[in-house]
Design a protein around this ligand. Structure first.
Ligand code: B16
Ligand code: MG
Length: 213
């Protein structure tokens, strides 16, 4: 049995990945840049703010000031969406799962690339469940670098091989494996390369579902 389970936030415990997409789409429309949901899933899911913008504007010339302004504008669009969030936007069965893990004596932590992580957790009333929260303010190197998962393991005092990480993005699965942890992927099998286990959805899962081998 793992000693800690480390959750990604956006796209795992809640469907904010859809809000990220809508905010990027709004920005892309403003700028007249074509952008599809499919491109979002392949190139932006789980990827940091600046790297996401770099994909969007690839081949176009913008100054650093324009880049900063666009990142801020996307974040404002995203804020407007998450400010409306309520606890019923936690994935179905999510709170019960967190409670089950606590009862089993397993530490639970967040490893999110997002600088809005704490705001979303507060809106969902989930903050108090976690023994550790690692977010976009904690480490410089984003996923697929292992840093944010390693940092989260340190917060809960568990060796990385005793951790299971859960992710909806391939960059996140790469980060978990690079951190030396077991990786559970959420989404279509075709999205992932190195996951130890793939579940099509995070809905109504139990500890049993998250165990590997
Ligand atoms: P922000 P996660 C990631 O969060 C999102 O999946 C990704 O779409 C977003 O660009 C990134 O956080 C940065 O977020 O702009 O809010 O700082 O999946 O790692 O929880
Ligand atoms: Mg995610």
């Amino acid at each position: 049995q793992p000693k800690a389970i480390i959750f990604d936030l956006d796209g795992v415990l809640t469907d904010t990945s859809e809000y990220h997409y809508q905010a990027w789409k709004h920005l892309a429309d403003d700028e007249g840049i074509p952008f599809t949901h499919e491109e979002n899933d392949i190139h932006l899911r789980g990827v940091g703010r600046r790297e996401s913008l770099a994909y969007l504007i690839r081949g176009r010339q913008y100054t650093e000031a324009q880049i900063q302004e666009m990142m801020e504008r996307k974040n404002n669009y995203y804020h407007a969406l998450i400010e409306q969030m309520t606890p019923d936007e936690v994935v179905s069965g999510g709170v019960a799962l967190l409670q089950e893990l606590k009862t089993a004596g397993i530490k639970i932590a967040i490893a999110s690339a997002s600088k809005n992580c704490r705001l979303v957790l507060d809106r969902l009333k989930l903050t108090d469940y976690f023994d550790g929260i690692a977010d976009g303010y904690c480490v410089v190197n984003g996923k697929p670098a292992p840093d944010v998962f390693v940092y989260a393991a340190g917060l809960v005092g568990v060796y990385t091989p005793d951790c299971v990480g859960i992710e909806d993005a391939d960059a996140g699965i790469e980060a978990i494996k690079a951190a030396g942890m077991k990786a559970v992927a959420i989404g279509p099998t075709s999205r992932f390369h190195h996951a130890d286990k793939v579940l099509s959805t995070m809905e109504n899962k139990h500890l049993q579902d998250l165990l590997i081998g």
